[in-house]
Design a protein around this ligand. Structure first.
Ligand SMILES: Cc1cc2nc3c(=O)[nH]c(=O)nc-3n(C[C@H](O)[C@H](O)[C@H](O)COP(=O)(O)O)c2cc1C
Length: 154
Protein backbone atom coordinates (compact mmCIF):
# COMPACT_ATOMS: atom_id res chain seq x y z
CA UNK A 1 0.00 0.00 0.00
CA UNK A 2 1.08 3.58 -0.75
CA UNK A 3 0.41 6.68 1.31
CA UNK A 4 -2.36 8.70 -0.41
CA UNK A 5 -1.48 11.67 -2.58
CA UNK A 6 -3.79 13.62 -4.94
CA UNK A 7 -2.36 12.15 -8.18
CA UNK A 8 -2.64 8.52 -7.05
CA UNK A 9 -6.03 9.17 -5.43
CA UNK A 10 -7.41 10.44 -8.78
CA UNK A 11 -5.84 7.60 -10.78
CA UNK A 12 -7.04 4.93 -8.34
CA UNK A 13 -10.63 6.25 -8.26
CA UNK A 14 -10.64 6.26 -12.08
CA UNK A 15 -10.66 2.42 -11.80
CA UNK A 16 -14.28 2.67 -10.63
CA UNK A 17 -16.53 2.40 -13.71
CA UNK A 18 -19.44 4.85 -13.79
CA UNK A 19 -22.20 5.97 -16.10
CA UNK A 20 -22.20 9.54 -17.40
CA UNK A 21 -24.91 12.15 -16.77
CA UNK A 22 -25.47 15.78 -17.65
CA UNK A 23 -27.09 17.90 -14.94
CA UNK A 24 -29.16 20.74 -16.47
CA UNK A 25 -30.68 23.86 -14.97
CA UNK A 26 -32.55 26.71 -16.64
CA UNK A 27 -31.97 30.20 -15.32
CA UNK A 28 -33.73 33.22 -16.84
CA UNK A 29 -34.32 31.19 -20.02
CA UNK A 30 -30.66 30.20 -20.36
CA UNK A 31 -29.74 26.50 -20.23
CA UNK A 32 -26.74 25.41 -18.16
CA UNK A 33 -25.42 21.85 -18.33
CA UNK A 34 -22.53 20.01 -16.73
CA UNK A 35 -21.12 16.53 -17.35
CA UNK A 36 -21.19 14.62 -14.06
CA UNK A 37 -20.22 11.04 -13.17
CA UNK A 38 -20.45 11.46 -9.39
CA UNK A 39 -24.18 10.68 -9.68
CA UNK A 40 -25.55 7.95 -7.42
CA UNK A 41 -28.77 6.68 -5.88
CA UNK A 42 -29.23 7.60 -2.20
CA UNK A 43 -32.66 6.53 -0.93
CA UNK A 44 -35.65 4.57 -2.26
CA UNK A 45 -38.30 6.02 0.05
CA UNK A 46 -38.22 8.95 -0.35
CA UNK A 47 -36.61 8.68 -3.83
CA UNK A 48 -33.32 10.54 -3.45
CA UNK A 49 -30.21 10.79 -5.59
CA UNK A 50 -26.97 12.73 -5.21
CA UNK A 51 -24.07 14.11 -7.22
CA UNK A 52 -21.17 16.40 -6.40
CA UNK A 53 -19.71 19.47 -8.10
CA UNK A 54 -16.30 21.03 -7.57
CA UNK A 55 -16.59 24.32 -5.68
CA UNK A 56 -14.00 25.71 -8.14
CA UNK A 57 -16.43 25.26 -11.05
CA UNK A 58 -17.15 28.44 -13.02
CA UNK A 59 -20.91 27.83 -12.72
CA UNK A 60 -21.20 26.46 -9.15
CA UNK A 61 -23.40 29.43 -8.06
CA UNK A 62 -25.97 28.68 -10.78
CA UNK A 63 -26.39 25.13 -9.43
CA UNK A 64 -26.32 26.18 -5.76
CA UNK A 65 -29.16 28.66 -6.39
CA UNK A 66 -31.39 26.33 -8.43
CA UNK A 67 -34.65 24.89 -7.02
CA UNK A 68 -35.22 22.27 -9.70
CA UNK A 69 -32.79 20.52 -12.02
CA UNK A 70 -32.66 17.54 -14.37
CA UNK A 71 -30.25 14.63 -14.42
CA UNK A 72 -29.89 13.19 -17.91
CA UNK A 73 -28.29 9.73 -18.08
CA UNK A 74 -26.43 9.48 -21.38
CA UNK A 75 -26.58 6.62 -23.88
CA UNK A 76 -23.60 5.15 -25.71
CA UNK A 77 -24.46 7.35 -28.72
CA UNK A 78 -24.15 10.58 -26.70
CA UNK A 79 -20.40 10.83 -26.06
CA UNK A 80 -20.41 14.12 -28.00
CA UNK A 81 -22.91 15.53 -25.47
CA UNK A 82 -20.68 14.48 -22.56
CA UNK A 83 -17.68 16.14 -24.24
CA UNK A 84 -19.77 19.22 -24.95
CA UNK A 85 -20.90 19.74 -21.35
CA UNK A 86 -17.47 19.11 -19.85
CA UNK A 87 -16.19 22.18 -21.72
CA UNK A 88 -15.87 25.50 -20.00
CA UNK A 89 -18.83 27.67 -21.08
CA UNK A 90 -20.48 25.21 -23.53
CA UNK A 91 -22.95 26.50 -26.13
CA UNK A 92 -26.19 24.56 -25.48
CA UNK A 93 -27.68 25.72 -28.84
CA UNK A 94 -26.10 22.64 -30.44
CA UNK A 95 -28.06 20.18 -28.26
CA UNK A 96 -31.70 19.05 -28.62
CA UNK A 97 -33.77 19.60 -25.46
CA UNK A 98 -37.36 19.30 -24.27
CA UNK A 99 -39.05 21.20 -21.44
CA UNK A 100 -40.34 19.92 -18.09
CA UNK A 101 -43.07 21.40 -15.90
CA UNK A 102 -40.92 23.13 -13.26
CA UNK A 103 -38.95 25.48 -15.50
CA UNK A 104 -36.77 22.43 -16.15
CA UNK A 105 -35.10 21.26 -19.33
CA UNK A 106 -34.13 17.73 -20.44
CA UNK A 107 -31.74 16.37 -23.07
CA UNK A 108 -33.48 14.34 -25.80
CA UNK A 109 -32.78 10.65 -26.55
CA UNK A 110 -31.13 9.80 -23.20
CA UNK A 111 -31.21 6.34 -21.61
CA UNK A 112 -33.08 7.99 -18.69
CA UNK A 113 -34.14 11.48 -17.54
CA UNK A 114 -34.86 12.51 -13.94
CA UNK A 115 -36.65 15.70 -12.92
CA UNK A 116 -35.46 16.65 -9.45
CA UNK A 117 -36.08 19.09 -6.63
CA UNK A 118 -32.87 20.20 -4.94
CA UNK A 119 -33.36 19.57 -1.22
CA UNK A 120 -29.89 19.82 0.33
CA UNK A 121 -26.37 21.03 -0.38
CA UNK A 122 -23.51 19.71 1.72
CA UNK A 123 -20.05 21.28 1.45
CA UNK A 124 -17.28 18.68 1.89
CA UNK A 125 -13.63 19.16 0.95
CA UNK A 126 -13.39 20.92 -2.43
CA UNK A 127 -16.83 19.69 -3.58
CA UNK A 128 -20.51 20.30 -2.79
CA UNK A 129 -22.84 17.29 -2.55
CA UNK A 130 -26.25 18.01 -4.10
CA UNK A 131 -29.09 15.90 -2.62
CA UNK A 132 -32.12 15.76 -4.89
CA UNK A 133 -35.65 14.35 -4.67
CA UNK A 134 -36.74 12.70 -7.93
CA UNK A 135 -40.23 13.96 -8.81
CA UNK A 136 -40.65 12.72 -12.40
CA UNK A 137 -38.73 10.24 -14.50
CA UNK A 138 -38.58 8.29 -17.75
CA UNK A 139 -36.34 5.56 -19.21
CA UNK A 140 -35.64 3.97 -22.56
CA UNK A 141 -35.05 0.20 -22.36
CA UNK A 142 -33.66 -0.02 -25.91
CA UNK A 143 -30.56 2.13 -25.42
CA UNK A 144 -27.16 1.14 -23.99
CA UNK A 145 -25.34 3.33 -21.42
CA UNK A 146 -22.28 5.51 -21.91
CA UNK A 147 -19.65 4.33 -19.40
CA UNK A 148 -16.47 5.93 -18.07
CA UNK A 149 -13.43 3.99 -16.82
CA UNK A 150 -9.77 4.92 -16.37
CA UNK A 151 -10.55 8.51 -17.51
CA UNK A 152 -11.89 7.22 -20.85
CA UNK A 153 -15.28 6.37 -22.30
CA UNK A 154 -15.98 2.68 -22.70
C1 LIG B 1 -16.96 11.94 -17.69
C2 LIG B 1 -16.85 13.21 -16.87
C3 LIG B 1 -17.40 13.24 -15.60
C4 LIG B 1 -17.34 14.40 -14.80
N1 LIG B 1 -17.90 14.41 -13.57
C5 LIG B 1 -17.84 15.51 -12.80
C6 LIG B 1 -18.44 15.54 -11.51
O1 LIG B 1 -19.04 14.57 -11.06
N2 LIG B 1 -18.35 16.69 -10.78
C7 LIG B 1 -17.70 17.81 -11.26
O2 LIG B 1 -17.65 18.82 -10.54
N3 LIG B 1 -17.13 17.82 -12.49
C8 LIG B 1 -17.19 16.70 -13.27
N4 LIG B 1 -16.62 16.70 -14.50
C9 LIG B 1 -15.98 17.95 -14.98
C10 LIG B 1 -17.04 18.95 -15.48
O3 LIG B 1 -17.86 18.40 -16.48
C11 LIG B 1 -16.35 20.22 -16.08
O4 LIG B 1 -15.40 19.84 -17.02
C12 LIG B 1 -15.65 21.00 -14.98
O5 LIG B 1 -16.59 21.35 -14.00
C13 LIG B 1 -14.93 22.27 -15.51
O6 LIG B 1 -15.79 23.17 -16.13
P1 LIG B 1 -16.41 24.44 -15.33
O7 LIG B 1 -15.32 25.22 -14.69
O8 LIG B 1 -17.16 25.22 -16.39
O9 LIG B 1 -17.35 23.86 -14.32
C14 LIG B 1 -16.68 15.55 -15.31
C15 LIG B 1 -16.14 15.52 -16.61
C16 LIG B 1 -16.22 14.38 -17.37
C17 LIG B 1 -15.64 14.36 -18.77
Amino acid sequence: MKKTNIKDFKKTLSKFTTGVTVVCVKKRGIVHGKTVNSFNSLSLNPPLVLFSLGNYSSSIDTYLKSKFLTINILSKKQQNISDHFSMNDPDPKKIEFFNGKNNTIFIKDCIANLECKLIDKIKKGDHVIFVCKVINLQKNDKLRPLSYFNSKYC
